[in-house]
Every structure is written in structure tokens, then in C-alpha cells.
Design a protein around this ligand. Structure first.
Ligand SMILES: [Zn+2]
Length: 468
């Protein structure tokens, strides 16, 4: 199948960072084969399907490096709490009651929202296992809806007094590894290499050193990556320092020689970082997933992104789970990234719109070890491409497209989403499944979960204008 996209404003994010007016792209199968001016391309190529991108920006599909899609079911049930109230009081107890259908329909709903906001690749982090075998539902959902997905699977094998997970969620170390290896063997590379399975440990306070090292060793053995929540809140870093001779978790892993940090690890959040932590991240080439909306929602703090970029650390963007965001909107994420860094540093030059677009595309691809395949529009790369309609009240008139994509555009401006050469979203609507079916089912499963988990009270919270 050939697709020709023509007359668009093409933002390549290729090594030359080309911006091509009246640009065209040719897709053959799942690959980009040519890119250039529409006039030149049309003389050389014929296509079965032509997409007219007049008045549209054409850019690489956006890459989300962190979420927990099961939290779709828990949207807005945990307002006004810090992480260590929010998780043990709401997310943890609810997770005990998860069933297959919950995981499946929430993964579909979250993926639908991500796709409609221009996301073509997402890394999901699934960790609650009241019973084994729920994670498969996320991978089924990725394949069915048509998104490119990495499922980073984790688990808890440790209970801290300040992070007491429900007993059923605390697992035996080897059982966690066994489950992840099973998932790798079953799913890795399926759907034309569109889905992958990674190790997604959890966090230092939720994992023993033994689990961390076993995940690391097995990730190397199976050639996959890892992710882990690192230094999300000040309290957890302080607590760790108190218990470990003044070392932060990152310093602890590095100085104790625990096999963990490195180029195949994405550290999620990395908010409370001192200079030594940053040096270790740079030296070990450990990547970062920056989740600004979640960090604001849970009042966690501000990740020092400009410092990281100055030090050559790869930073990517994550929406984080829908219970701490509470949406999965990539455009809101990009704008929040820019604004948060500017206000936190009182410096308007802290980050540019162009750099934010890089974080959401090529740098995201680098974090996920896929920069040779996705993240930019170049011949030979996989065809993950989005079209954003610029002829809209919130964007017009067109002046400087890169800036307008970050500061003006909303997910409702996303017109077309192509993943692996297939048009998944056209004119803002999903083509692979019925949206209505997904939304109906997620409501039904959530209603049942809320009941089962005894969370009706959270749903029926009265009108509160000030938390006591
Ligand atoms: Zn997370």
C-alpha cells in the first residue's frame, strides 16, 4: 500500500531539522521512502491513497514514554493528595480488584486518547498483579487499536512503612521475573514489531536490590529496556538518604555497584536531583521521562530539565497515568513542559518550542531505544506520522508552525494519525475500532470496579472548596 501525503508543512525533526513548506511524503508499506517538495515528489511517485495536507502541519508521531493505562478507571478519584497518600489510599487498594476486562478496556480508552492527541508510540508501565496474566490485556489492546506500544512490566517485592502496598500485590522476586519473561517470549515483536515488552521495575522503595539486578540481567539477556520511577518526591529521597548513609537512590545504586543504571534504563520523573545525581545520570547515559502534568497534579516538584539538557542527558516526555494527570493529552503535555520550566526558573529562555518538539519525538525515540526506527520523518524510517490542522480558531493565522504546535494546538486539531504505515485516525476519528464500543465498555467496567473496590465514597465526594 502506498500513501502520498502532499501540500503539507512538513516538520522533519531529521538531523537537518528541515521545515518544508508545500512538502510531501511517500509511504510504502510501513516505511517512509521519500520526502521533499510536493511538485518534485509528485513527478516521481504515484500512490494508491493521497492525503491532502493543505493547511496542515505534518510531523513525526508523538512519543509518550510513561503512563499507567489501568488508571483510566481511577480518573479523578484522587484529587488533592500527595503521592504517598494518593497511592496507598486510592490507587493501591483499587488495583487489588482489577480484572482482565478492566485492564483491556482501560488500555483501549487510554490508547484512544493518546492516538487522538497525536501519540503514535506509548510506553505503558503495568505493575499491579492481584492475579498473574492481566498484563496480556494491555498488549492485546495495543495490537487491536493500532498504536505502537511498549509494555514495561513491573511488580512490587518489598513493603516500606511509608509505602505499604496491599499484601496481594507484594510478590515473590522470582515470580515477577518469571511473569515478565513469559510476556517477552509471548509478545515481543508481535504485530509487525509494533509491540514490545520491557522490564518496568517500580521504584527503589518498592523493589529489592535483588529484583533490580535480576531485571537488569534479564533485560540484557532478552535485549529489551527498563524503566523505573526515580526521585519523584522529596520525601522518598530524604527517607532513603536517612536509611542509606546519606546516599540518594541513584547514588546508592551507582556507588554500591548494583547492576541497574545505564543506557537501557529510563528514569521516570527524576524531580529531586542533586548535582551528583545528575552527573551519574549523564555518565551512565541513563534516560529521563519527564512528566510535568503529573508532577504538578501531585505537587511533587519540578524536574530540572534545562540542567539535564545542558549535561547531555536524554529527556523524553510522559503523560503519566490518567489518575495523576488526569488525561493523556500530548499537546497539553508539550505546552505544560515549556511553561513549567519557564516559570520555575523565571527564565523565558529556559526551553524553546523547538526543543519541546524534539523531546516529544526524536528524544522520546532515543529514550525508548528506537531512534533508528521512529522519531523523525526520514526515508527508511517507519511511517509514524501525524497531521495537525492549522486552520483552526486556536491556531490561525499561521506564523511560526513549530511554536504554534506547542503553544496553540490542542489534540482536537489532530486530523490524521498514521502508525506503521496504517491510517489509524482520519479526520479525528478512529478507524480500527468503534469508539462508542470502547467508551461504553470502559464506563461499565469502571462502574463495577468502583463498587467492588468500595470506592463509591470517592466518586461521591461532596463539593469541597478547601481541603481540611
Ligand atoms: Zn508512573
Amino acid at each position: 500500500m502506498n500513501i502520498l501525503i502532499k501540500n503539507g508543512y512538513v516538520i522533519t525533526v531529521d538531523p537537518k531539522r528541515r521545515m518544508i513548506k508545500d512538502g510531501a511524503i511517500v509511504i510504502e508499506g510501513n516505511k517512509i521512502v521519500a520526502i521533499g517538495k510536493t511538485d518534485d515528489i509528485q513527478k516521481k511517485y504515484k500512490a494508491e491513497e493521497v492525503i491532502d495536507a493543505k493547511n496542515m502541519a505534518v510531523l513525526p508521531g508523538l512519543i509518550n514514554t510513561h503512563t499507567h493505562l489501568f488508571q483510566v478507571l481511577l480518573r479523578s478519584l484522587g484529587d488533592d493528595m500527595k503521592l504517598f497518600d494518593w497511592w496507598p489510599k486510592m490507587v493501591g487498594p483499587a488495583s487489588v480488584h482489577l480484572k482482565k476486562e478492566d485492564v483491556y478496556w482501560s488500555a483501549l480508552t487510554g490508547s484512544l486518547e493518546l492516538l487522538k492527541s497525536g501519540c503514535t508510540t506509548t510506553m505503558d508501565n503495568y505493575y499491579p498483579h492481584p492475579v498473574w496474566g492481566l498484563t496480556d490485556e494491555c498488549l492485546k489492546a495495543f495490537i487491536k487499536i493500532g498504536i505502537r506500544g511498549i509494555e514495561a512490566v513491573g511488580g512490587t517485592d518489598k513493603s516500606e512503612p511509608y509505602f505499604p502496598p496491599p499484601e496481594v500485590l507484594v510478590k515473590n522476586t522470582d515470580d515477577i521475573i518469571r511473569e515478565i519473561v513469559r510476556l517477552i517470549k509471548k509478545w515481543n515483536g508481535k504485530a509487525n514489531d509494533r509491540v514490545h515488552v520491557w522490564f518496568g521495575c517500580g521504584a527503589p522503595f518498592a523493589n529489592t536490590d535483588e529484583l533490580v539486578e535480576k531485571e537488569h540481567d534479564n533485560a540484557e539477556k532478552y535485549g529489551v529496556g527498563m524503566c523505573d520511577h526515580l526521585h519523584e518526591t522529596q520525601d522518598e529521597v530524604n527517607q532513603w538518604k536517612k536509611e542509606n548513609g546519606g546516599l540518594t537512590p541513584i547514588q546508592y545504586y551507582y556507588k554500591k555497584g548494583i547492576r541497574f543504571l545505564g543506557s537501557n534504563l529510563v528514569g521516570i520523573h527524576c524531580v529531586w536531583m542533586d548535582d551528583e545525581d545528575l552527573k551519574i545520570m549523564a555518565k551512565t547515559d541513563t534516560k529521563v521521562s519527564h512528566n510535568p502534568v503529573s508532577n504538578m497534579y501531585l505537587a511533587s516538584g519540578v524536574c530540572p530539565v534545562p540542567k539535564m539538557l545542558d549535561m547531555g542527558i536524554t529527556v523524553s516526555l510522559g503523560v503519566d497515568g490518567p489518575a495523576s494527570n488526569n488525561d493523556q493529552d500530548m499537546f497539553e503535555l508539550m505546552k505544560s513542559t515549556a511553561l513549567l520550566q519557564k516559570v520555575a526558573t523565571c527564565n523565558p529562555t529556559a526551553i524553546t518550542a523547538e526543543k519541546v518538539l524534539e523531546l516529544a519525538t526524536i528524544d522520546g525515540a532515543r529514550a525508548l531505544r528506537m531512534e533508528k526506527e521512529i522519531g523523525s520523518i526520514e526515508p527508511g524510517k517507519k511511517a509514524d506520522i501525524i497531521l495537525v490542522d492549522l486552520k483552526a480558531a486556536n491556531i490561525a493565522p499561521v506564523n511560526r508552525v513549530a511554536s504554534q504546535l506547542v503553544y496553540c494546538a490542542k489534540s482536537s486539531n489532530v486530523h490524521t494519525v498514521i502508525v506503521d504505515g496504517k491510517v489509524v485516525i482520519r479526520k479525528g476519528s478512529l478507524r480500527t475500532m468503534k469508539e462508542e464500543e470502547i467508551l461504553k465498555n470502559v464506563q461499565e467496567t469502571t462502574d463495577k470496579l468502583v463498587e467492588r473496590a468500595g470506592m463509591t465514597k470517592l466518586r461521591e465526594r461532596p463539593w469541597i472548596t478547601k481541603v481540611q
